[in-house]
Design a protein around this ligand. Structure first.
Ligand code: ZN
Ligand code: ZN
Length: 153
């Protein structure tokens, strides 16, 4: 299997790890579908994250969607209990008034090595590490949603 060679279009990646290849589990090895060509985090505009993938696919995620898709153990468990898919907003309890919360927005975002991005959210939550692979899996575009529906079951 050929390794991807680097190109001038790779996203800005943290160089904090100097020259040694960061340890990467085989699960995180990027393929064209999980290797972003460019990543834009529109923190100031608040419009979300845009990723262009090496295979040409383009994904857009709103911050609220990403918050609801938080892949940390705590949020995973919460979603499991409620039967929600990553990115699905929590359902209010029947009869309960909706709680007014400010829309989820990251206060900061940082790259985690070559394979992931981590957000610190305005509700102080910062446990979720969003790998590119995960982000591609939860791409909310019509095409990917249709494909996800097609493979379920
Ligand atoms: Zn979380
Ligand atoms: Zn998509």
């Amino acid at each position: 299997m050929a390794l991807l060679t680097s190109s001038a279009n790779l996203p800005k990646r943290s160089r904090a790890l100097c020259d040694t290849e960061p340890m990467q589990s085989p699960l995180q090895a990027p393929t064209a579908a999980t290797d972003p060509k460019s990543v834009k985090v529109n923190l100031t505009a608040g419009t979300g994250v845009d990723i262009e993938w090496a295979d040409g696919h383009v994904s857009h995620y709103s911050f609220v969607y990403l918050r609801n898709a938080c892949p940390c153990a705590m949020c995973n468990e919460e979603r499991d209990k409620a039967g929600r898919k990553p990115g699905e907003p929590p359902k209010p309890a029947p009869g309960a008034l909706p709680m007014f919360k400010p829309a989820a927005k990251p206060v900061s975002a940082e790259g985690m090595g070559k394979y992931a991005i981590r957000f610190k959210w305005n509700d102080d939550h910062d446990l979720g590490i969003y790998s590119w692979k995960f982000l591609r899996e939860v791409c909310p575009c019509e095409e990917c949603k249709a494909a996800q529906r097609g493979t379920v079951g």
